[in-house]
Design a protein around this ligand. Sequence first.
Ligand code: SAH
Length: 215
Amino acid sequence: MKLNTDSPKYQGQRKIMVTELESLGIKNENVLNALNKVPRHLFMDPGLISHSYKNLAFQIQSGQTISQPYTVAFQTELIKCKKGDKVLEIGTGSGYQTAILSYLEFDVYTVERDLTLFKKSSLTFKNLSIKVKKNLFADGYLGIIDSAPFDAIIVTAASKEIPKYLMNQLKVGGRMVIPIGDDVQIMYRFTRIEKNKFKQEEFGEFKFVPLVKGK
Ligand code: SAH
């Protein structure tokens, strides 16, 4: 990943942001390091750049949001991946979460249903030399059947129900981290412990834009 568009000002702001994430309970050193290194300001809407290192979600195009840094760190920690793992992200959006996964040297597959955001994030990945195995303009509910199974699936929009079709694209031992609910969601982690058996864990309340069916 090219980081030469960075500046000492942003580096300082990111350090402070990461200290805040640590105080909020993020422990994984690799995850903290990734948030310390990836320039979030390059994924923000131009008018909001000065807010890049606040621990808040912000509007991007098409009425969508760039996730809050805490949420990005939390979900990235929850998927429990290591270098080389195959990770599918649903909801590319700005591409910031994708860049964090790529920085961690996971094999990243990402899907976005909104054409404007898909085009914009594709350009960002190209300009910053962010390595992504596949980025698709498609309905994320369908996953990427040709590239399945995955070690992990990270869903960055709120689903009303458990997306069974996606869950079945996990390897045995694989994990899916997903917010489920209406106005407020609960973060779930489903671990495929056997072919037809999933362990379910809950990790508190979050607020995401909705996962929408179709392109
Ligand atoms: N990870 C992103 C989050 C963006 S918000 C970031 O940090 O920038 C959630 C994204 O999910 C939006 O871009 C929205 O268009 C997308 N989305 C919603 N439903 C989808 C679906 N069915 N398939 C793929 N993407 C979807």
